[in-house]
Design a protein around this ligand. Sequence first.
Ligand code: AMP
Ligand code: MN
Ligand code: MN
Ligand code: MN
Length: 280
Amino acid sequence: MNSPLNIDLHMHSNCSDGSLRPAELVARAAAAGVQVMALTDHDTVAGLDEAQRSAGDLGLHLVPGVEISASWRAQSIHVLGLWVDPSSARLRSMLSAQAERRRIRMRKICAKLGKLGLPGEQLLAAVEAHPGLPTRAHLADALLAGGHVSRAEDAFRKYLGSGKLAHLAAEWPAVEQVVEWICAAGGVAALAHPARYRLSAGARRQLLTDFAAAGGTALEVVTAGNGADQIESCAQMAVKHGFTGSVGSDFHKPQLSWNPLGRLAKLPDCVTPVWRSHGF
Ligand code: AMP
Ligand code: MN
Ligand code: MN
Ligand code: MN
């Protein structure tokens, strides 16, 4: 049985590359009918306190989360840590190393852009002026604001995307390590948006096998933008590999209309919900 609750376990605030403050995000989610939400910023738990206070005021249940960048065979993947204890010393020290990695990576990408004749220093300053942990999304916004591209999406297509002019190969920690840190913080490790990685069917199966062997127990089966076919194939993957299933919008900002809050597809009945063992 699926939960009758409106659940969304994947969202970003301006502590990473979302546009809303944590409290604004929670208020927006509540207004959209969400009853259980996870804040899952990229590589940081900095927004959880504010989100928790706001959720308490609004009667919404906040699941403490994080979306950690990891490497699997030279591919960047995202691992959601759900129900993590943000005060875990191991998680905190790992996330501070990850933040430093992000700052160094951003400097390297901006240096590459500089070599291409773009104002690398200026772009770096624009990214660093943002309150959140730096991501390529901030840099895409800076390229757009500077008139170097006409849409943020074009920044990825031309410069920042995989194999493009200013792309850097993944330098994230191995998925096994990331899962271990999430588990050490009492969390559930869920592989985010499994259909989004550019992998052959065989490689995707191997990723899931390795993820399970590392201690990962959940798969994000429903993610906004996926159609019924993709949801069904992710559900089958979850069943086959013995994962519980999660659902998440991956909401970043109100302007992106493909992932509105509160309107996620239902988790297929064949998959055990990741929230079952947490009482929802
Ligand atoms: P990073 O974690 O620094 O590699 O930045 C990746 C973030 O950029 C993702 O979490 C998305 O929010 C955003 N992003 C990635 N690819 C694209 C794309 N093609 N168009 C727009 N945003 C993207
Ligand atoms: Mn993002
Ligand atoms: Mn992601
Ligand atoms: Mn995300």
